[in-house]
Design a protein around this ligand. Structure first.
Ligand code: HEM
Length: 271
C-alpha cells in the first residue's frame, strides 16, 4: 500500500510533468500547423457564442484560484492580516461560482459537438479523449469545492487544503517528495489532484495546446485556411491530434451541385 501511495503522490505527478514538457517540445517541432484551436465556429456559432466565454472566463478565475491557494503559503496570508476564516470565504464563494460557470460552459461546448452534425464530424479521437479528461478534472474539482467547502458535508467548516495539498505540491516541485502529506486528504480532493495531473500529461497531444498561443500569437500569425475535402477522393495525412475534418455527405453533394451550377453560368474563357 505504501508503495502505491508513493507512486501516486511521488512518481505519477512527475511522470505527468515530464510528459507535459517533452510532449510540448515534440508537438512544437513536429506539428506547428496543427497548433490551433481547430475552431468549429464556421459550422455553428450560436451556442459557441455563449458556451465558450462562460467556459474560458470560468477557467481564468479557476486558474487564479489555484495559483492563490496552491502557491501562496498560509503563513504569508496570515502575516498580512488575512485570517483563515476570511481566506476560506474569498476562496470558496468565487471558486464555487467559477466552477459552476466552467461546468455550464463545458456542458454547452460538449452539447453542440453532439447535436450539430458538422461539429460532430469535425471532432477527432483526441478531442473525445480530451473532453473526457477535461470533464473529469473539472467535475472532480467542482464536486470537492461544492461538497467539502461550500456545503461543508464533513461539518469541519471546510477542508483546509493549505495544510496538506498545497505544501505537498510546493515540495514536490522542488524534489522534496512527501507523499505522507496527502494521506489524510479527503478522497474527492485526491481524485481531483490525480485527474488534474492526468490532464496535464495528455495536454500536449490535444487541441489544448492552443492555450499557450492565445491570444497573443493570434494577432500576427497567418490565417488558418479551411477547405472541405471529400474523404472519398483525397489522400489524407494523419497526425495524432490532427485528424482530417470530415463533412456530412449532404454538404459535399450540395457543394458539388453548386460548383457544377457555377461552371454552367460562368462565361467561356477567351484564349
Ligand atoms: C490541470 C487541470 C485542473 C483543472 C481543470 C482543475 C479544475 C478545478 C475546478 C473547476 C475546481 C473548482 C473551482 C475552484 O474552486 O477553483 C478546482 C478546485 C481545486 N483544485 Fe483543481 N484543477 C486542476 C488541477 C489541480 C491540481 C494539479 C491540483 C493540486 C495539486 C488542484 C487542486 C485544487 C484544489 C485544492 C481545489 C479547491 C479550491 C477551493 O475550493 O478553494 N487542481 N479545480
Amino acid at each position: 500500500m505504501e508503495y502505491f501511495e508513493n507512486f501516486l503522490w511521488g512518481a505519477f505527478p512527475w511522470l505527468a510533468i515530464v510528459a507535459f514538457f517533452v510532449g510540448i517540445f515534440w508537438r512544437w517541432r513536429t506539428d506547428q500547423f496543427g497548433w490551433t484551436t481547430h475552431s468549429t465556429q464556421i459550422y455553428e456559432s450560436k451556442l459557441l457564442r455563449v458556451s465558450s466565454p462562460l467556459f474560458h472566463w470560468g477557467m481564468v478565475f479557476v486558474i487564479v484560484g489555484h495559483l492563490m491557494g496552491l502557491a501562496i503559503p498560509k503563513s504569508w496570508t496570515q502575516s498580512v492580516g488575512i485570517s483563515d476564516e476570511f481566506y476560506h470565504l474569498i476562496a470558496t464563494y468565487p471558486g464555487a461560482l467559477a466552477a459552476i460557470a466552467t461546468c455550464l460552459g463545458l456542458a454547452g461546448l460538449i452539447y453542440r459537438r453532439v447535436v450539430n452534425r458538422s461539429v460532430f464530424l469535425a471532432t477527432s479521437r483526441s478531442d473525445k479523449v480530451m473532453y473526457v479528461l477535461l470533464g473529469g478534472a473539472i467535475l472532480t474539482g467542482t464536486i470537492a469545492t461544492l461538497t467539502l467547502q461550500l456545503f461543508d458535508i464533513q461539518g469541519t467548516h471546510g477542508y483546509d487544503y493549505r495544510e496538506s495539498i498545497s505544501p505537498w505540491l510546493r515540495n514536490l516541485l522542488i524534489f522534496n517528495i512527501q507523499p505522507e502529506l496527502m494521506s489524510e486528504v479527503p478522497w474527492p480532493f485526491k481524485l481531483h489532484v490525480l485527474a488534474g495531473f492526468t490532464l496535464i500529461a495528455v495536454w500536449p497531444f490535444t487541441r489544448l495546446v492552443h492555450a499557450f498561443s492565445a491570444p497573443v500569437g493570434y494577432v500576427n500569425r497567418p490565417y488558418v485556411v479551411y477547405r472541405s475535402r471529400d474523404s472519398r477522393t483525397t489522400d489524407m495525412r494523419s497526425h495524432v491530434a490532427w485528424e482530417p475534418v470530415r463533412s456530412p455527405h449532404s454538404q459535399l453533394d450540395r457543394d458539388t451541385d453548386n460548383n457544377k451550377r457555377a461552371d454552367k453560368t460562368r462565361p467561356p474563357r477567351s484564349s
